[in-house]
Design a protein around this ligand. Structure first.
Ligand code: SAH
Length: 246
């Protein structure tokens, strides 16, 4: 089944952009996924094709009009009834690998890109739209965020990545950062590769990688580490309770 990527944007020429090259580009040409960049302006209601207006209550910038956006969403939903609508916004829920995996297993996504100050808030009450952020940063538009979301989904589609297994060992897949990698030359500017990786002892290598992954997560991402430990404690006490209940 082809994964249908629909993007609602004022700049359709930005797509597929970087997703037209390398693995994603090949998968696009092979029909593993399809790209439809929809011009929001085509749904403008007035003669001047206006898509934005000044913010109610005053202030700088412009806001995307809800009446225009809703027409663009309805059009996309009609074409792709099973696809969730995702609005890129720094006010949204931070994107996770878990959500990306769920999306990649579905029929596709309809991604809405903001510009200027963003969307009229009423769109989120009037339509079923998931608000998603790609980090605590502010971009000038949702297009780069949409490319990130799509890239993350596309690499998980069946047949896109060379070794199917490589997807499961990556950072975040098990709640941890991945272990560090090394390759030839064995020595570079006096620095060598950790001895264990050259030992050929697969069990020792696996143990080293697991422990590096834990150490790095604890030091670099205490937030992920806390959650990881929390899940472990929770599942352990859950298992205990089950035993007691029996
Ligand atoms: N006034 C808004 C920012 C608007 S930036 C605020 O302060 O919350 C313009 C557009 O860029 C947004 O509508 C959104 O589509 C996109 N954008 C900016 N930062 C983003 C982020 N971290 N994640 C996802 N989309 C983002």
């Amino acid at each position: 089944m082809t994964f249908a990527a629909t993007v609602l944007t004022l700049y359709p020429e930005m797509f597929p952009g970087p997703l037209g090259v390398s693995l994603a580009g090949r998968a696009l040409r092979e029909g593993t996924w399809a790209m439809d960049a929809v011009q929001i302006r085509d749904f403008a209601i007035d003669r001047h094709k206006t898509v934005d207006d000044t913010p109610a209550g005053g202030g700088a910038g412009m806001v995307l009009r809800v009446d225009v956006l809703s027409k663009a969403i309805d059009h996309a939903r009609e074409a792709h009834p099973g696809c969730p609508v995702i609005a890129m916004t720094p006010r949204g829920k931070p994107l996770t690998q878990e959500r990306v995996r769920e999306l990649a297993e579905g029929p596709g996504v309809i991604v809405m890109c903001g510009r200027f100050e963003g969307f009229d808030e009423r769109i989120f009450a009037g339509r079923e739209v998931e608000e998603v952020s790609v980090g605590d940063i502010v971009l000038s538009g949702g297009e780069c965020a949409a490319l990130m979301l799509l890239d993350a989904c596309i690499r998980l589609l069946p047949g896109v990545m060379g070794a199917a297994s490589s997807g499961h060992e990556e950072s975040f897949e098990n709640g941890l950062l991945e272990y560090p990698h090394y390759t030839r030359p064995a020595e570079w500017e006096g620095r060598t590769i950790p001895e264990v990786l050259r030992s050929g002892d697969h069990a020792k290598i696996a143990a080293w990688r697991k422990s590096q992954s834990e150490i790095d997560t604890r030091l670099r991402r205490p937030d992920l580490w806390e959650r990881h430990i929390g899940v472990r404690v929770q599942s352990a006490s859950g298992a205990q309770r089950e035993v007691q209940d029996d």
